[in-house]
Each structure stands twice: as structure tokens, then as C-alpha cells.
Design a protein around this ligand. Structure first.
Ligand SMILES: [Zn+2]
Length: 129
């Protein structure tokens, strides 16, 4: 699972992550999307696990990245940005929503998948700071 995208000798977090339905024997499918902060190129990492358990990441740029977005849009279960906006109901693929962790200053809400990977979706400050 790539935490950072890299281009132009810099590393940056994805702007969005699409979570995709299992398909054609491929599981844990995700599309990581980012725009390089240096050259503004659109990048997509397509990450999945094959039937034999090997994980693959394919990288696409610009037009190729846009084509992957068009192709994979229909398989999207949810995305990091959507979760930030609102919770999705009736999830088909084992995502657990609204896991709360409380710290002194804030309550953090996470979404988690079967593999224990968590995406933070909301931070609520306590006492208004
Ligand atoms: Zn770049």
C-alpha cells in the first residue's frame, strides 16, 4: 500500500483514494490519485492483490490516469474524500464506519476495512479549541 506518491524527486500523500469492488480475481483494489505539486501532472496508482496473493501497483500519468479513473469509477465503493463529506450507507465490502478514538483534545472517527487499514474521516475538537 503506497502511502506516498513520488514524482519530480518529491514525495506527497495522495489527494484521494478510491476503494473498489473485488473483480476478476483481484481483491483489495484501490486507486490512489494525486497531482504532483512540482509539475502538476495527474498521477494514479492502481493497487490490487491477485489470486495468488501477490500485490501489484501500476502507475499511470495524465491521460492514462484519467482513463483509469473513467474505467474504475463504476467499481467505486467509496473514497477518502466522500467519507470526509458523509458516511456511506449499506456498504457491500466489509467496511466498518464510525470507529471513534478519543484523545484529550479531540474525537477522531475512522473508517476501517477488513484488513485493519484505517482512514481518518472526521476530527471533532473538544471544548471548542
Ligand atoms: Zn512532477
Amino acid at each position: 500500500m503506497p502511502r506516498y506518491m513520488t514524482h519530480c524527486n518529491s514525495a506527497f500523500p495522495p489527494n484521494d483514494i478510491w476503494y473498489l469492488l473485488d473483480k476478476d480475481g483481484l481483491t483489495k483494489r484501490k486507486l490512489y490519485l494525486a497531482t504532483c505539486p512540482i509539475c502538476c501532472k495527474l498521477m494514479a496508482f492502481y493497487n490490487y492483490t491477485k489470486e495468488d496473493g501477490t500485490e501489484e501497483v501500476k502507475t499511470y500519468y495524465s491521460g492514462g490516469a484519467r482513463r483509469m479513473m473513467d474505467e474504475l469509477k463504476k467499481d467505486m465503493i467509496g473514497s477518502m474524500l466522500r467519507w470526509r463529506d458523509k458516511y456511506k450507507q449499506g456498504n457491500p465490502s466489509g467496511f466498518v464506519y464510525g470507529i471513534n478514538k478519543e484523545t484529550k483534545k479531540e474525537i477522531r472517527q475512522y473508517a476501517s476495512d477488513f484488513y485493519g487499514r484505517r482512514v481518518i474521516i472526521k476530527k471533532i475538537a473538544k471544548n471548542g479549541n
